[in-house]
Design a protein. Structure first.
Lengths: 440, 472
């Protein structure tokens, strides 16, 4: 078996004796016998590093890594620059605890401060927290931030990813909050229905929209903001961070809270996690924001330094009155997102967004040429829905060719996604295969 | 240290992306007016920047890290290597099941092992951290009572020694928090428990060993009393390292639990995450479990699933690290964790108790709590001061001012991965600080003096919050 315990059996016994215990049984004598495990647990025997590697490598090789991926729907296949993992895997970042001891944690604290700044730049908002678990749980906590005694109903657009909606509903179940959906029209939020519903509910706390939405459509943020604010509710935008490289920002639109799945910012697909929940808001919401915050201050010698701040909102101080129970978050993922954004810079962010959307438009046009029409007419970023005679047939054919096609939404609808990693050749191949499948 | 924005120079940058091989086409929608003011920096300058930040941070390999309740054990390198295999990192969470057989199998293996270790029948890997695991467990309890029409069960009993996340999670799950007292031994006061049990009791949240490092030897009686009142028992796995392999929560009356893979199962803390907070439950709660679980090479959802905690399968790569760890240490290695964690803690406590008053005169489990109340009264030296003095000895301070029931508390958790000589050096440091405290208390209060910055002004940070960099 492998062990990471340095002290030998002899040393252990010596230590036991030195502090007055005969053996381990003596040390654990306070634990009642009826509470003790009898015999050995039914677990595999321990193994050497080489044997463990073989088992894990075999498991990994039982997964298919597709050569080309056209599936998004909440997890996006972007390039991860070499610097991201090289830097984030430095032991000091990887293994440190939450930076409660500021004097020896300035590096981590500063990296979070820089991350908060970058998230504010990206979203055009006033404040961003140190991170949440993922985009979906960030959305759920954002909804709770908008609730008070007078405002309790949570509204979510039907064009929001169902996975995000499910987490929102789960969190809402805790507080017995009401979550209602606003229907879609032509693949986007039905603005008339939104206006009518919110105006009829004086308890509306918030409306959560996705930008671009689950169908890939760029919702009319300005119009939605006007309706939501007109009804006295707060606007929560769940955004794709890469799309903000070109799209009008939530700050410009007037969002009250922005949440995002930060996965596209250098985290890789990772079978769904760990990802990164981004949460940013306005100055007005500063005392209500959930999660950790790092602030700038000075040390006793007048030098600039950073500390965890506004902790009176948090669970370790406020206990049951805390804004959230969140403790560990996704600091290392936030660091990766910062390194990613520092690597690509402002030009690179615009470039990657442009690449994604240009390629998606190319693929959509090519599909159109072979009769796979877009299901909705609205403007889109890097995802779009097409109709086709048989979604399974096409996706199977693509998989046979090492291509992970779009996500099947129904028997005749597929949600496609393009990123900078999809070359023109790859896209032409997909179209060619589709042509063959449906002409046969 | 300069901020990365202060290292930025207009026009600099790195070439990552290729030319576009199709016609450039932006959506006909409202576009961003001004570029995001991100850093413009060369790879070399960026590398230097982060190396500087890394040097001003503290990892577990920088030295002893006896942070109570956090289990800062060694993070094996093999875990990292295995979790970085492309077969794990490059798979999409919405890939068809036939193409993720390995991931599914790996999750099933981990679910089995965690179930066996905790004595639980079903495990979900979906919660992303311990606090989210607590929230999940409480929602299970809520679902259970509601399914039986017992909606009046709105109270969760929590000892006064509990972690702050416990009451915060209970509030998020819609429960009223009922705090019960600890007795003079740091254990649950059975009379107080009894007095608070009623038809309103939804359940009890308990950490055992508790946050003062004591195994509550009335545990069988406690869980029996709660069950008798119609409540359920929730086990907070934060301190599982003390009893892993020796005691299973499922055998001592607990109905659901959460684990912290980043504590007990050796995955790194990442400067505050990502962790993972798998939740386990007994069969009768399994129908409410969130997310999906692995079964017959695929994933299924529980019949009355309460929903989802995160978007996909939870922190999958963290789970792969924990699986690697369990494969390595195996059945015979698991109880060794607890035995050595407890030995190391008692070894330190025993050698320090003549210098520092211990909050409880009792064999401790994996951690112990000292109270500096006496010193604070006599010479104004506080727990904070001693913590900061330890920094000058290259030791990460213990957890301070927790649990709340001990005044001027310092909570020390050495973990099983520390060698005897490391403990001996730390003991010497503590003793030296004690001596300094006796001779020159004001010099202790001036610590640390060797760190990159000195004590920071937290009050003005909170009073005038500066939460981002603004270019001058």
């Amino acid at each position: 078996m492998g062990t990471f315990i340095p002290n030998t059996k002899e040393e252990q016994l010596k230590m036991l004796n030195e502090i007055g215990y005969a053996d381990f049984d003596d040390l654990f004598k306070d634990i009642p016998a009826e509470a003790r495990v009898q015999g050995e647990l039914n677990l595999p025997k321990g193994k050497s590093e080489i044997e463990v590697s073989q088992i894990m490598e075999e498991l990994a090789s039982d997964n298919v890594v597709f050569d080309s991926i056209f599936r998004g729907a909440g997890a996006y296949n972007h390039y991860v620059p070499a610097a991201v993992d090289a830097i984030a895997n430095k032991e000091e970042f990887l293994t440190a605890y939450t930076p409660y001891q500021a004097e020896i944690s300035q590096g981590i604290l500063q990296s979070i401060f820089e991350y908060q700044t970058m998230m504010c730049q990206l979203t055009d908002m006033d404040i961003a927290n140190a991170s949440m678990y993922d985009g979906a749980s960030a959305a759920a906590e954002a909804c709770a931030m908008t609730q008070d005694r007078k405002h309790s109903t949570i509204y979510v657009s039907d064009t929001v990813d169902k996975r995000i909606l499910s987490v929102i509903k789960t969190y809402a179940f805790g507080k017995d909050s009401v979550v209602k959906t606003i229907p879609a029209a032509a693949g986007a939020t039905d603005l008339a229905a939104l206006k009518e519903t919110l105006e009829a509910d004086d308890k509306a706390a918030c409306f959560l929209m996705q930008y671009p939405n689950f169908n890939g459509i760029i919702e009319d943020g300005d119009a939605i903001a006007e309706i939501v604010h007109g009804a006295g509710a707060q606007l929560i935008m769940s955004v794709n961070p890469i799309a903000l490289g070109v799209l009008k920002t939530p700050g410009e639109i007037g969002a009250d809270i922005v949440v995002a799945e930060g996965q596209p910012l250098g985290l890789g697909l990772a079978y769904g996690g760990p990802y990164l929940g981004i949460l940013a808001t306005t100055e007005k919401n500063m005392r209500k924001i959930v999660g950790r915050l790092v602030g700038e201050t000075k040390d006793s010698q007048g030098e600039r330094g950073f500390v965890l701040t506004l902790q009176a909102r948090e669970q370790h101080i406020r206990r049951e009155k805390a804004a959230s129970n969140i403790c560990s978050n996704e600091a290392l993922c936030a660091l990766k997102a910062s390194i990613y954004l520092a690597t690509i810079g402002p030009k690179g962010l615009k470039q990657v967004a442009t690449l994604c959307t240009s390629k998606a438009h190319y693929l959509a046009e090519k599909f159109e040429e072979i009769g796979m029409k877009r299901a909705y007419e609205g403007e889109f970023f890097h995802e779009f829905v097409t109709t086709c005679p048989n979604a399974d047939q096409l996706l199977d054919a693509l998989e046979d060719n090492g291509i992970l096609g779009g996500l099947k939404l129904s028997d005749t609808e597929i949600l496609w996604c393009c990123t900078e990693l999809n070359s023109k050749e790859d896209m032409d191949d997909v179209v060619e295969i589709a042509k063959e499948v449906f002409s046969a | 240290m300069k901020l990365i924005f202060e290292r930025s120079m207009p026009g600099r940058g790195q070439d990552i992306f290729p030319e576009c091989d199709v016609e450039i086409k932006l959506p006909q929608a409202a576009l961003r007016e001004k570029e995001a003011a991100l850093p413009e920096i060369s790879e070399n300058e960026m590398g230097r920047h982060y190396t500087e930040l890394a040097k001003a941070s503290r990892g577990v390999n920088d030295g002893f890290y006896p942070l109570g309740s956090c289990t800062m054990k060694h993070n094996p390198r093999i875990n990292e290597k295995m979790a970085a295999l492309p077969g794990f990192t490059n798979i999409h969470p919405l890939q068809p099941e036939w193409s993720v057989y390995g991931a599914c199998k790996a999750m099933e293996m981990l679910e089995h092992d965690l179930g066996e270790i905790t004595g639980m029948d079903r495990i979900t890997l979906q919660p992303a951290a311990g606090a989210q695991g607590e929230f999940t467990g409480l929602l299970l309890i809520k679902s259970y009572h509601e399914s039986r029409g017992e909606n009046q069960r709105k109270e969760i009993i929590i000892p006064d020694s509990a972690h702050g996340t416990n009451p915060a999670s209970a509030a998020m799950a819609g429960f009223k928090v009922v705090v019960i007292k600890s007795n003079e031994k740091g254990m649950i006061d059975l009379d107080d428990l009894k007095a608070h049990l009623s038809e309103k009791t939804a359940g009890l949240m308990l950490t055992n060993p508790n946050t003062v490092g004591i195994f509550d030897d009335n545990i069988m009686e406690i869980t029996r009393m709660v069950h008798e009142a119609g409540g359920l028992c929730y086990y907070d796995g934060a301190n599982l390292n003390a009893v892993i392999g020796l005691v299973r929560p499922g055998d001592i009356g607990f109905d659901c639990i959460h684990l912290n893979l980043h504590k007990t199962f050796s995955t790194p803390h990442g400067g505050g995450g990502p962790g993972a907070g798998p939740v386990g439950c007994k069969d009768f709660l399994a129908e409410f479990m969130p997310g999906t679980y692995s079964k017959d090479d695929g994933f299924v959802r529980a019949e009355k699933s309460l929903g989802d905690m995160t978007g996909f399968h939870g922190n999958f790569l963290v789970c792969m690290k924990a699986l690697t760890y369990l494969l390595t240490i195996g059945a015979e290695g698991v109880p060794e964790l607890a035995k050595n964690a407890v030995l190391n803690a008692n070894y330190m406590m025993e050698k320090l108790k003549d210098y520092y008053p211990m909050a409880y005169d009792h064999t401790c489990m994996h951690e112990f709590v000292m109270s500096l109340e006496k010193f604070h009264k006599e010479s104004h030296v506080s727990a904070l001061d001693v913590a900061k003095a330890l920094l000058d000895y290259g030791i990460h301070p213990p957890t301070m001012y927790f649990p709340l029931i001990v005044d001027e508390a310092l909570m020390v958790e050495p973990t099983e991965t520390e060698a005897k000589e490391v403990l001996d050096e730390a003991i010497e440091a503590f003793i030296a600080i004690h001596k300094q405290m006796m001779e020159s208390p004001e010099s202790v209060m001036a610590c640390p003096v060797t760190t990159p910055v000195r004590r920071l002004d937290e009050v003005s940070a909170a009073r005038h919050p500066i939460l981002k960099y603004t270019a001058e």
